[in-house]
Design a binder for this molecule. Structure first.
Ligand SMILES: Cc1cc2ncn([C@H]3O[C@H](COP(=O)(O)O)[C@@H](O)[C@H]3O)c2cc1C
Ligand SMILES: O=C(O)c1cccnc1
Length: 348
């Protein structure tokens, strides 16, 4: 697997300068709450007291999953390809929110079980026609996982070369909550039942079946969190593996990462096991309604910005949180200080 040079954003001098700047703004100390920590994080990521957001970009990675054959999703596999066409036609939720917030949107065919005509929005990075069912076999080989990471990294580097310094990742892949649940269980050492949820809306019976399939799958493979690439190969998807590479390459380029829901965060679990510093670059957009996401975020010791009961994926939550980044940067750059505005500071 290729290596990444990811720096920690820790910088005590700059941190002190940013905190001083934030505290001099014409407001009670700390009154902008989470926007203040966000402004501090953005300043540290960009190594400046004057952060600026450029060419916000959303990459939606799509891939199919062999595990769908075991009845773990209420929707058929064909929906993955159908939704890719919906993205290309501009009709999905992510299209609407990306237009609303001026995101560049690209859809990556990481390994969908369909062949697409070339399209300006589509990046062809197909690694196969879907993964194998990890109830029986590893979803992909270790080499394929490494290749997916390399391709995802390349795609993120292209976005950065086009001027992006805020990158959001989304995904589409029927069955991928099953992958995410297994990644979570192994990488966070949580019992599987705490990691498995209803995904796109399983019934109670469907949820029991999903849990039993995934329990059998976990028993079948002997993987260990000490080898995250192997865990990814066994339980991942091509889209999840490419997201791992995109996260790492973007962090290497000091790009701010907007983290979406349950599946996007499962990719981050893998990335953070490999390179914990990647977390310095992550803004956690929201807490998904998929049971397990809240626990995943707790495990990472991070707080999401929004609680909107979303359970969609596609990167929707990440894009919806973007205006908060804009507000954080705007107050830091534009608000007057007590001194410049002639406002009296705290007296007791
Ligand atoms: C129409 C439709 C659009 C979607 N957009 C995202 N997902 C989401 O649901 C899928 C994961 O859930 P599960 O593991 O239960 O299959 C992923 O494709 C995810 O992105 C969708 C699902 C559907 C049905
Ligand atoms: O949180 C998510 O990303 C999610 C939840 C349910 C279904 N698809 C995606």
């Amino acid at each position: 697997m290729q290596t990444f040079q990811i720096e920690s954003t820790k910088n005590e001098t700059l941190q002190a300068a940013l905190i001083h700047k934030i505290n001099q703004k014409t407001k009670p100390l700390g009154a902008l709450g989470r926007l203040e920590t966000l402004a501090l994080q953005l300043g540290l990521i960009q190594k400046t007291e004057h952060p600026a957001l450029q060419q916000q970009t959303m990459l939606v990675f799509a891939g199919d999953h062999g595990i769908v054959a075991e009845g773990v999703s209420p929707y058929p596999q064909a929906v993955t390809a159908q939704m890719v066409l919906n993205f290309l036609n501009g009709g999905a939720a992510i299209n609407v929110f990306a237009r609303q917030h001026d995101f560049q949107l690209h859809v990556v065919d990481s390994g969908v079980n369909a062949v697409f005509e070339p399209h300006p929005m589509l990046i062809d990075a197909k690694l196969g026609m879907g993964t194998l069912s990890f109830l029986h076999d590893p979803a992909m080989t270790r080499e394929e996982a490494a290749q997916a990471i390399a391709r995802g990294a390349e795609i993120a580097r292209d976005a950065v070369a086009e001027g992006c310094n805020v990158l959001a990742l989304g995904e589409m892949g029927i069955g991928n909550t099953s992958s995410a649940s297994c990644l979570m269980s192994v990488l966070c050492s949580f019992p599987l039942h705490q990691c498995v949820g209803r995904g796109t809306g399983l019934s109670d019976k469907g949820l029991d079946h999903k849990l039993s399939v995934l329990t059998n799958a976990l028993q079948r493979h002997h993987v260990d969190a000490i080898d995250p690439l192997q865990v990814l190969a066994v339980f991942g998807g091509f889209e999840i593996a490419m997201m791992v590479g995109a996260l790492l390459a973007a962090a290497e380029a000091r790009v701010t990462l907007l983290i979406d829901g349950f599946i996007a965060t499962s990719a981050l679990l893998v990335a953070a096991k490999l390179y914990p510093q990647v977390l310095d670059y992550c803004v956690f957009a929201h807490c998904s309604d998929e049971s397990g996401h809240g626990k995943m975020l707790e495990h990472l010791k991070v707080q999401p910005l929004l609680h909107l009961s979303l359970r969609l994926g596609e990167g929707t939550g990440a894009v919806l949180a973007y205006p908060l980044l804009q507000s954080a940067v705007a107050f830091l750059n534009e608000m007057a200080s007590f001194e410049s505005a002639g406002v009296s500071g705290k007296t007791q």
